[in-house]
Design a protein around this ligand. Structure first.
Ligand code: NAD
Length: 497
């Protein structure tokens, strides 16, 4: 992406600004180009927030902390959250178009996953905050009268939200909803690759009656740009981040200044274990989703699959067949099932791993290159769905996160050995295990070093459950009451009777 003068703005290209203090602003800094990943065409010029503009957003969020928002009862906030969900749903077509133009993801995926989950996130946290109990303890005192302790949840203050590009609306609202449910105010910095749906939320917030300043969006890049200005801003009270592990380390250092709480949802190198007694059709369907969905650009996606030797060939054939059945093409066409990657830069990274796999002696069962596409999509960032086998456990392809529609299949003879190999990674986000035997499944699910383990499924989500990674995949858990731990502070009040 290159930085462009605002003067070249044409009617054909949309402009994306910031949303501060309840109003859209076009931005005083440079703009940068956002291209459609499916065609490579320029579709938007996006404002890159200056340090002063980020400061204005943070100050507007701080002022809003003592405005009408702070005086709303929980019941009133719940009403606001439900209206936000309704207003997103009313604008489904606009959100879909914006998300597809930014990401290139197929309309069938965005309409089933991204946009409905964007709305659902607000309803889930509305339910939760309405029903969440507090704790109370009676205690004895020397005079015999006793005391009672009770805890109140209080908002932390101004929350900085920094989000990635792979599931833009879904992951950003997954943070905005609990933050608002707890009474905080927020400044959101969406990924530079996907500025549109977070920015569209400004209109939603106004329509839902969110007071000005409670929700703000600043666009721009990470280092030396809006992301850094926001996370290092001294008036931010907490930082929630989803993205790469390396960026998470930088954000954690920024959070250390001023001892601010930080929540980190980071990268993964997720595994799956297919036992010899697994239902092969269901396992192949599940792993095909885990590998190919969103072109493999899912933090929970599976890049390492361990398959019992007895069923290896059968399973590999089924997974390859599902990959061959994918259709590339216009993301707005319901027949398209595989979109492009997010950017040319990301495609270069994924293709570098395709080359490394070949150089390291992988047997390529499917793909390995760039697909043929119609002329109008020839400049998009496409890669073929790709399946390898035969790599040694030392290949970098098996240790580094690729984030493409690819995986490696390795045979195993003993489930415990497969678990040990699955755990041989610095990451610990997600894993799946496929077996009809309850004892094998439960024993080994407990041994897998990951924050989330699915048995006989993948990406089956109940939003009340803890979500997050162990090891270098993150710190903290989102979802359900676990999210509230980050977005609120418990204050104990001790009353002497
Ligand atoms: P990224 O780390 O490059 O960027 C994420 C966000 O951080 C962007 O908004 C970016 O502008 C900002 N940023 C970058 N450098 C910054 C800095 N120095 N200071 C402040 N902000 C900065 O990640 P990405 O490429 O957008 O997303 C892909 C990654 O996200 C993958 O590693 C994936 O596994 C991970 N991810 C994790 C989860 C999870 O729940 N664990 C979910 C989705 C994606």
């Amino acid at each position: 992406m290159s930085v462009t003068s605002p003067q070249i703005l044409t009617k054909r290209v949309a402009a994306v600004g910031h949303f501060v203090d309840g109003a859209y602003v076009s931005g005083k800094g440079d703009t940068f180009e956002k291209v459609n990943p499916a065609t490579g065409e320029l579709v938007k010029l996006v404002a890159s927030a200056t340090k002063e503009e980020v400061d204005q957003a943070v100050q507007s969020a701080r002022r809003a902390l003592s405005g009408p928002w702070s005086k709303m009862s929980v019941q009133e906030r719940v009403g606001v959250l439900r209206r936000i969900a309704e207003e997103i749903t009313k604008r489904e077509a606009a959100f879909l178009r914006a998300e597809i133009l930014d990401t290139g993801k197929p309309v069938t995926l965005a309409s089933h996953l991204d946009i409905p989950r964007g709305a659902a996130n607000f309803n889930v946290f509305a339910d939760l905050i309405y029903g969440v109990p507090t704790e109370a303890f009676e205690m004895p005192t020397p005079d015999g009268d006793g005391a009672i302790n009770y805890a109140l949840r209080r908002p932390r203050g101004v929350i900085a939200i920094v989000s990635p590009w792979n599931l833009p609306l879904l992951l950003t609202t997954w943070k905005i909803a609990p933050a608002l449910a707890c009474g905080n105010t927020v400044v959101v910095k969406p990924s530079e690759e996907t500025p549109s749906t977070a920015t569209l939320l400004g209109e939603v917030m106004n329509a839902a009656g969110v007071p000005p300043g409670v929700f703000n969006v600043v666009n721009g890049f990470g280092p030396d740009s809006a992301g850094e200005y926001l996370t290092t801003h001294p008036d931010v009270d907490g930082i929630t981040f989803t993205g790469e592990t390396k960026t998470g380390e930088v954000i954690a250092r920024a959070a250390a200044n001023g001892v601010r709480p930080v929540s980190l949802e980071l990268g993964g190198k997720n595994s799956a274990i297919i036992c010899k007694d697994a239902d092969l059709e269901k396992a192949a369907d599940g792993i095909a989703r885990a590998v190919y969905m969103n072109s493999g650009q899912v933090c929970l996606g599976t890049e390492r699959v361990f398959v019992a030797r007895e069923i290896f060939d059968d399973f590999a054939e089924r997974l390859v067949a599902r990959g061959k059945a994918l259709t590339v093409g216009d993301p707005f066409d319901k027949a398209t099932s595989l979109g492009p990657l997010i950017s040319d830069e990301h495609r270069r990274k994924v293709l570098k791993y395709y080359k490394t796999a070949a150089d390291d002696g992988a047997q390529i069962l499917l793909g390995g290159g760039v697909p043929e596409v119609e002329k109008s999509f020839a400049n998009g960032f496409w890669v073929e769905p790709t399946i390898w086998t035969g790599l040694s456990d030392h290949s970098s392809v098996l240790h580094e996160e690729i984030f493409g529609p690819c995986c490696h299949l390795a045979p195993f003879d003993d489930v415990e050995d497969a678990v040990a190999r699955a755990n041989d990674t610095p990451y610990g986000l997600a894993a799946s295990l496929w077996s009809k035997d309850v004892s094998t499944a439960l024993k080994n699910a407990a041994r897998l070093e990951a924050g989330i383990v699915w048995v006989n499924s993948w990406f089956l989500r109940d939003l009340r459950t803890p979500f997050g990674g162990s090891k270098r995949s993150g710190i903290g858990r989102e979802g359900g009451v676990h999210g509230l731990e980050f977005y609120s502070e418990l204050k104990n009040i001790c009353v002497k009777l």
